[in-house]
Ligand binder design. Structure first.
Ligand code: SD4
Length: 312
């Protein structure tokens, strides 16, 4: 395939559509991911990414984001940053550096300030009201779950020059403790990309994703020539089953992957996980991954599903 792109959740649709336009005109995957994820971050109607997303327990927004270039394995990542309009752009900028490419909170904000990235109050009335409503309830900090059906936006792509890259961006678990960092910015857990093999990324409960280093575990299966779909299914299934041997129940986890030829794989331990794909042969479309006893059924979202979907 000349080009291909995949993204998590229905909220990836507009961004992947933009990516499709860039890639079909022989654009670069880094540019496609930058523009596609920035578009998602800028849209206040997506509750878990960028502007107007999910506040922490103190009512503040703290973002994690990362970018990895599969050609030279360079990556940039930031965690626990506040008031940065497009965290993905800062992660991309950091990926130019061989050292000091993963920065946290004040250090990352200082880097963004010096390099003239845009700052903005990322809270809006909707997310403040969502926080005020939830904070009144009794909730268990030790058993936080991913927000109703959609959380991190992850995108992986292949361009017509065989470059591959992955980008991720999130406000993390709703009502997390201040300073809590999830899987999204952690290489090997939330994302991984090697243009000689493929890319993978994860969404869901970060603590549980990190315990299985899910993204690299998919890539390692693919390196051993396992096909991409069963690499995703086995990574999720084996890791979820490992939880069942302990006293903890696995939180929700979903993964996407793209191989060096542009084929995709996907798996979830939820009932259903929507995702978005485009490639040389298909316009951008929303697909559903349905978990049928750990075997994944994949089908296209119809009008009825799309109009009933309330989460984004
Ligand atoms: C995290 N995987 O921070 C991310 C995003 C998430 O609800 O779970 N959001 O754990």
């Amino acid at each position: 395939m000349k080009y291909s792109m995949i993204g998590t959740w229905k909220m990836a649709f507009d961004g992947i559509k933009l990516g499709e336009n860039i890639l079909k005109n022989n654009g670069n995957i880094k540019d496609a991911i930058d523009k596609a994820i920035s578009l998602t971050e800028d849209n206040p109607s997506f509750n878990s990414v960028g502007f107007g997303s999910l506040p922490n327990i103190e009512g503040e927004l703290e973002f994690d984001a990362a970018f990895m270039d599969g050609n030279d394995l360079s990556f940039g990542a930031i965690c626990s940053v506040k008031n940065i309009k497009n965290p993905i752009k800062v992660a991309i900028a950091l990926s130019k550096f061989k050292r000091n490419c993963y920065l946290s909170s004040i250090g990352a904000e200082k880097f963004a300030h010096i390099n003239k990235f845009e700052f903005k109050n990322m809270l809006n009335d909707d997310c403040i009201n969502r926080w005020k409503h939830e904070i009144k309830n009794n909730f268990d900090l030790d058993n936080l779950e991913a927000y109703d059906g959609h959380d991190t936006v992850c995108m992986i792509g292949l361009d017509s020059n065989k470059n591959m890259a992955v980008g991720v961006s999130t406000s993390g678990l709703f009502l997390k403790k201040a300073g809590r960092v999830g899987d999204s910015s952690v290489i090997g857990s939330g994302f991984y990309c090697d243009s000689l093999v493929g890319g993978a990324a994860a969404t869901g409960v970060g603590e549980d994703i990190m315990k299985g280093c899910l993204s690299i575990s998919i890539i390692n299966r693919m390196k051993l020539k396992q096909d991409i779909q069963s690499s995703c299914e086995d990574a999720i299934k084996e890791h979820t089953e490992r939880f069942n041997l302990s006293k903890y129940k696995a939180g929700s986890m979903s993964v996407i992957a793209l191989d060096k030829n542009g084929n995709f794989g996907v798996a979830t331990n939820r009932d259903e996980f929507p995702f978005v794909v485009t490639n040389e042969f298909s316009q951008t479309k929303i697909l559903i991954c349905k978990n049928n006893n750990s075997k994944m059924e994949i089908f296209e979202a119809d009008e009825k599903w799309i109009s009933n979907y309330k989460y984004d």
